[in-house]
Write a protein that binds this ligand. Sequence first.
Ligand SMILES: [Zn+2]
Length: 462
Amino acid sequence: MKIFNTLNGRMEEFVSLKEGEVGLYTCGPTVYDYAHIGNFRAYVFEDFVRRTFEYLGYRVVQVMNLTDVDDKTIRRSQQEGVTLREYTDRYIQAFFEDIALLGIEPAEHYPRATDHIPEMVAIIEDLLAKGIAYRKGDGIYFDLAKFPKYGALAKLDKAQLKSGARVDVDEYDKENVQDFALWKEAKEGEPFWETSLGKGRPGWHIECSAMSMKYLGPTFDLHMGGVDNIFPHHENEIAQSEAHTGKPFVRYWLHVHHLIVDGTKMSKSLGNFHTLRGLIEKGFRPEVIRFLLLSTHYRKTLNFSFDALAQMEKSWQRIVNFQTELEGTLFGEKETPGLEDWLQESRSKFRAALEDDLNISQALNTLFEFIKEGNLRLSRGEIGASAANLISETLKGFDSVFNLLPRGGQGELTEEQKGLVEERNRFRREKNFPEADRVRKLLLDQGILIEDTRNGVRWKRA
Ligand SMILES: [Zn+2]
């Protein structure tokens, strides 16, 4: 599989450290508010990558951190007058509800920053001992001058580095390429931990170094996040981790581009700020929202609009209708010409699309061509029971990557209902239409609507 590795700025063949297994770290939410759809674009894409690896036969070990201590969580909890834990618990729960609605497969580990303070302290102690970190003012800082590789991921110009200057906020921009805070001494009214470094709390960046390496080891395969995390967050993760272990930290970095709304930046002041909850309240299905978030290649900006959402709804309905027809028709036995070749070709096109830097457009093209051809074959009455099964299995295989089909489907008929369908078929063959209609009515009373198609009887729940 080829992916675009931000680290080297080029397309590379993905080779995992352990055969058949991918160690994956994805920067998780800062739990100070509901996540917005821009955040979810990244999480849905990461889920698509995870599912792609699984489709290709890998086992994925994914870690997603929960940032439950930083400048923002502290400020908000103080404003509300509740403890940091109480405050962040609420948004952690909301986050898990949201990702379940979006059909995101759970990660193997969701470590909370505040449960990993000793691991962070151990790294900082080591960096102090090595002379790479220093104590100044009210914190402990990482000395950029001691890590010559600094800036490699974000392709920073060395002239941008302001040696000796310090930045102590968690988030900052390229105007401030300075020594950054690893540890902040306790301030009046702020939560703190009693540690060998003294009373204080970690900076944001050290959280991800400590938690990724704890669960995935000093070097792991893949690290993902939004493009806005490249600098300073991911740059700082590399510096802290590699200065600590002396080993390469991450082999491949994948970054998801921004989401904009109606062509402009999403912001609360412009009134175009959307949360998942807000969209669901407006009547949109989470599957359709997921579809829209997935539909643009990760290295392109995604433009969110209600028109686009309505378009996606139509496309989504085509997938669902096809599956409903396959599962709901009681097909007879029939030879389907060229079935194996067609399925084989569709599967290999699909795989090739995924392996080409997660080419979502090509993968979706393959899916919709497959549906078009399938509908054509259905309309020609070419599909028998075993063919329908194989087509449905292939469709579900594709959907294991997209996860757009409603979970559970429409279920199956009971043995008694199947018997009634058989009985009705017999009456129809005997041209005893009044009796056939009577049995049809019996099924309808049980909520089963019967229609006759060229392929056999199709049923759905009325
Ligand atoms: Zn992170």
